[in-house]
Design a protein around this ligand. Structure first.
Ligand code: GLN
Length: 296
């Protein structure tokens, strides 16, 4: 009797093709890529190795485990919550549903921060930086990696976020330069003053939350997204308080959503404390970061 092994065996390639079809029926535009990333994750290899092992058959156990991952993705759970990983600034970060998944556009805030620090405090070898609402710790870690002389404090109101950020700081070997504190906005930092304050606060207008992709609206933490009626609640608290936490010539830089630059610039101006107030667009041409320097 001839064994019909080929019909019952799932090879890597066959599985990639099937998953691509399944996930695209679920409305996922990156279906094939996501299937490959999930399979690579499950098999503990990178995508290149997956390509080199197209004919490898999966064991029953691997197949069952893979099916459950694909099902989760099919329910529009973000890929990053399934693999528990996201890269930011070419550094690895662990992510969980307790924190926002770091976005590539937030790298703009890192770039602008480095530029401003290097231009304003070129000689200073004891810089203090504050990251308000650090979440996974992505901004704090990226700044710590790039500005070696800096002491960085990351603050978050969520205990779970602080615990995860701590794991990420250790994962990236930055424990000697980053301190994490739980609390609301500036409360945990006391009387300290900083050369730079950065923040990527929740900024989605409340009524727009439901219209976001299911990956965001159903899985990411609402507390990291919801910026109140017009999305600007956190800026209204943060911007007027920031001057008393800045060193002379220190910078405040905040990420924001599309179309919010003008109102955020107005909030900087209303304090009467800032100079060089400016919006910077991201790579997609969307207004994304507003920065201002403490005036003399
Ligand atoms: N950039 C995120 C999004 O568009 C929102 C992040 C935030 O509110 N800080 O989903």
């Amino acid at each position: 009797m001839t064994q019909t092994v080929s019909e019952t065996t799932w090879s890597v390639l066959k599985l990639i093709k099937w998953t691509a079809g399944y996930l695209s029926e679920k409305g996922i535009s990156t279906a094939r890529l996501d299937g490959e990333l999930l399979l690579a994750h499950l098999l503990g290899m990178d995508r290149t190795h997956l390509y080199m092992n197209f004919d490898q058959p999966l064991t029953k156990e691997e197949l069952a485990a893979f099916k459950s991952l694909v099902k989760r993705r099919g329910n529009r759970e973000p890929l990053q919550y399934i693999t528990e990983r996201q890269e930011f600034w070419s550094m690895p970060f662990k992510v969980s549903p307790n924190v926002l998944i770091p976005r590539p556009e937030t790298e703009l805030l890192v770039e602008e921060a480095i530029k401003a620090i290097k231009a304003t405090f070129p000689q200073d070898d004891s810089l203090n930086i504050l990251d308000i609402g650090t979440g996974s710790g992505a901004l704090a870690a990226a700044l710590a990696k790039e500005i070696k002389s800096a002491s960085i404090i990351g603050v978050d109101i969520s205990d779970e976020a602080i615990a995860l950020a701590r794991e990420n700081i250790e994962l990236n070997d930055l424990s000697s330069s980053v301190t994490l504190l739980q609390g609301d906005l500036f409360k945990p930092v006391g009387e300290k003053r900083f050369h730079l304050i950065v923040s990527n606060p929740p900024y989605i207008p409340h009524h727009e939350l439901k219209a976001l992709q299911p990956e965001v609206s159903q899985y990411e933490p609402l507390s990291a997204l919801d910026g109140g009626e017009d999305g600007l609640d956190y800026y209204r608290e943060l911007i007027p308080k920031a001057p008393e936490y800045l060193m002379p010539e220190g910078w405040l830089m905040v990420e924001h959503g599309m179309g919010q630059a003008e109102e955020i610039i107005a909030l900087f101006e209303e304090t009467g404390s800032f100079t060089k107030i400016e919006n910077v667009n991201d790579l997609a041409g969307i207004d994304r970061v507003v920065k201002g320097q403490l005036a003399d």
